[in-house]
Design a protein around this ligand. Structure first.
Ligand code: PGA
Length: 237
């Protein structure tokens, strides 16, 4: 994995429509971004195929927001990593805190999903991060350390540190907190993987966050839904 690259990931969560995706790509296509910036858009599953085919010729990749750990089978409503690959994806987010908390996903399951993604030829973007209660109890590194030990497969993947309390709150972690945790994650993973920061990243704070040592890029939720705002975040890289 090329560590000098900056990676900017858009996580649209359960937002978006065909017309929004088309308008979004139209705006992005008009911009010219610096070389060495890897742009990944993760729309809902219904838009993956369409977007993967609309980005042809653009320096943009498409990723999914989750996958099943098994290759195929009787799993109503689920989508396998191979199906995502077939639809044109290059990446998949696994272990997002919303999946961990709302769908009861454990680190052991996240590891299986990440392995399934690798086996299908996708790059997993593996999310980790502590809750506010865990941070206030002084357990942030203990929790993140445990997630690292239990969630990571063998192979090439991207990590995303997303403190749960910073997601969707409008209040990103401070530069000191980000620097401290990223230094810890980089040391625990021997610098082998890109480590993105996520949690209330927007155009106004992206540049500062991207200059913090150990931060290889950002995972952007809410601010990735508006093409102009997202373009500013890419430009900050
Ligand atoms: P946010 O979400 O940028 O809206 O805080 C980030 C994420 O959940 O990935």
């Amino acid at each position: 994995m090329n560590r000098s690259k900056r990676t900017i990931v858009a996580n649209w969560k359960m937002h978006g429509s065909l017309s929004m995706a088309r308008d979004f790509l139209e705006v992005i296509a008009q911009q010219s971004f610096a070389a060495g910036v890897e742009i990944v858009i993760c729309p809902p599953a219904t838009l993956l195929y369409e977007m993967a085919h609309q980005i042809t010729g653009l320096d943009i990749r498409v990723g999914a927001q989750d996958c099943h750990a098994e290759k195929e089978g009787a799993f109503t409503g689920d989508i396998s990593a191979a199906m995502l690959k077939d639809a044109g994806c290059g990446y998949v987010i696994v272990g997002h805190s919303e999946r961990r908390s709302q769908h009861g996903e454990t680190s052991a399951l996240v590891k299986k999903k990440a392995q399934a993604a690798l086996d299908a030829g996708l790059v997993p973007i593996i999310c980790i991060g502590e809750t506010l209660a865990e941070r206030q109890a002084g357990r942030a590194k203990e929790i993140v350390g445990q997630q690292l030990r239990e969630s990571l497969p063998e192979g090439d993947f991207i990590l995303a540190y997303e403190p749960v309390w910073a997601i969707g709150s409008g209040l990103a972690a401070t530069s000191d907190d980000i620097s401290d945790m990223h230094t810890y994650i980089v040391s625990q993973t021997h610098g082998a993987h890109a480590v993105l920061y996520g949690g209330s990243v927007k155009a106004a704070n992206a540049r500062e966050i991207l200059t913090i040592a150990g931060v290889s890029g950002v995972l952007v939720g809410g601010a990735s839904l508006k093409a102009e705002e997202f373009c500013k975040i890419i430009a900050a890289a």
